[in-house]
Design a protein around this ligand. Structure first.
Ligand code: SUG
Length: 462
């Protein structure tokens, strides 16, 4: 095996629910308080991973985090037995329990920013968990994410783990969802596009009027520095504020790049033409290959329809015969304007995408998460691949085991009011305890650390 791009998908957790927690994420706002089906959600996510695996793409798992997360309730001053803590927090404000119970870590594109060793001047893979401070319910994901990634990529000569950026709005970071790497082939150095919604040092910028801009320019620039990327190979671009106001809360809702292909909406960025020119120039100069820009016009698909269908949250995968496939959400099939664009795309023989595979991930879509939101891309050289924890890689055998595990532990229905049920907490812990053993990750959850063997402290980071 040479260098490969792997997809790490967040396995949907047992508390997957619709709490309407993400202001600015239209689907989350629309579906808040509906009944969810955690079992179906997890099986749909696994089926999507299986599709990718069947296409010959390396696929791996990121386990769900423990939810409800009692340490946050402790830190908010709730005391007593676990049942009492949940009860008191619910009585104080149900939104607190909802936030502590969110399964949002399933959207692994927000877990971290990862850059390949070929692009870094110390030739290591660099990993920075996203601080996710814009949304309270996601702001306590980073420490567990960091620990899980550390347990998976545990070799100091190959992997550099960084702490999340400072927990301050100036450094608000949402991870890989706002970062795209382009390249000729995965083993060669690439170029990077970092997309931000707001910047601190530009007084003249136009900001969204309605919804929050979740990523700052300063956060993106800090990640680029931390990861020791060459400044000459980076484009920093501002998201179109109108797109944010239409529900494009991350850049991966409005563009997707893969190798030298870039599928994007004409209203994705402030001055989209200029962004594309910059990328084209860098591709030619550093990757010796022309970029293939695939622009979708507003007259073809409106921003609103793009947000409804998540066309641009499709995944692009290179197959063994070097053609590409687009893995799109089922919702794209039901939209006449998006179907027409996809038809035109496939007929265009000047680009490598030859097929569209529709995937049903409706449970995730209803919370604003499409195929690309569910995955974190990690490019690994053979030596790095060999050094990672092999037990998180998806195989047919692991897939079957995970399906059984979901069938055994997950509920068919969950309403936000069920989240304070102490039985749900118990069920979740049993499930996650089993899972972390299955994936051989050691104790990664606080409930395991309290009862299990002491973790090796301090976890060494560089
Ligand atoms: O952060 N939804 C997630 C969806 C994240 C999608 N990720 C990417 N685009 N990469 C979010 O808004 C909804 C939770 C709720 O409402 O219950 C939620 O957190």
């Amino acid at each position: 095996m040479t260098t490969k791009e792997m997809n790490f998908d967040g396995l949907v957790g047992p508390t997957h629910n619709y709490s309407g927690l993400s202001y600015g994420n239209v689907a989350s706002m629309e579906h808040g308080q509906l009944a969810s089906n955690p079992k179906k959600a997890a099986l749909q996510g696994l089926a999507k991973m299986h599709t990718l695996m069947s296409l010959g793409i390396e696929q791996a798992i990121l386990p769900p985090q423990e939810r409800p997360f009692l340490p946050i309730l402790h830190s908010l001053g709730f005391t007593g037995s676990e049942t009492e803590i949940l009860e008191k927090a619910w009585k104080t404000d149900p939104k607190i329990v909802m936030a502590c119970s969110s399964a949002a870590c399933m959207w692994a594109a927000n877990a971290a920013t990862v850059s390949p060793s070929a692009d870094s001047n110390d030739e290591r893979v660099h990993i920075t968990p996203a601080n996710l401070i814009t949304k309270f319910h996601r702001s306590f994901e980073a420490s567990t994410t960091g620990l899980i990634l550390y347990r998976i990529f545990n070799h100091p000569a190959y992997f550099a783990h960084h702490y999340p950026l400072p927990y301050h709005p100036d450094y608000a970071d949402e991870g890989g969802a706002n970062h795209t790497r382009f390249c000729r082939t995965f083993d060669q150095p690439g170029i990077h596009l970092f997309v931000y919604g707001r910047s601190l040092d530009n007084q003249n910028q136009v900001l969204p009027k309605k919804f929050p801009a979740r990523q700052t320019d300063e956060a993106s620039k800090s990640i680029a520095r931390l990861h020791r990327l060459s400044p000459s190979r980076i484009v920093f671009a501002q998201q179109n504020p109108d797109a944010i106001d239409a529900g494009v809360f991350h850049n991966d809702v409005i563009s997707v790049g893969h190798q030298n292909v870039f599928l994007f909406h004409e209203r994705a960025f402030v001055n989209t033409k200029d962004v594309i020119h910059q990328l084209q120039n860098l591709m030619e100069a550093h990757c010796q290959i022309p970029m293939i820009p695939l622009e979708v016009k507003e007259s073809e698909v409106t921003l609103e329809e793009a947000v409804k269908t998540y066309l641009f949250n499709s995944q692009i995968a290179t197959l063994a015969d070097q053609t590409m496939a687009l893995i799109a959400p089922q919702e794209c099939k039901n939209s006449s304007s998006v179907s027409a664009v996809l038809q035109k795309l496939i007929e265009n023989k000047n680009q490598p995408i030859r097929q569209v595979i529709y995937q049903d991930i409706r449970e995730s879509m209803q919370n604003g998460g499409g195929p690309a939101c569910l995955r974190l891309r990690v490019v690994l050289k053979k030596r790095e691949y060999d050094a990672m924890n092999p037990h998180v890689r998806l195989t047919e055998e692991l897939y079957q085991k995970l399906v059984q595990w979901v069938e055994k532990h997950y509920r068919d229905q969950l309403l936000p009011k069920d989240l304070a049920d102490p039985q749900l907490l118990k069920e979740g812990r049993q499930a996650l305890d089993e899972l972390s053993n299955l994936l051989q990750l050691g104790p990664i959850y606080s409930f395991q650390r309290m009862t299990g063997p002491a973790p090796p402290l301090p976890e060494k980071r560089s």
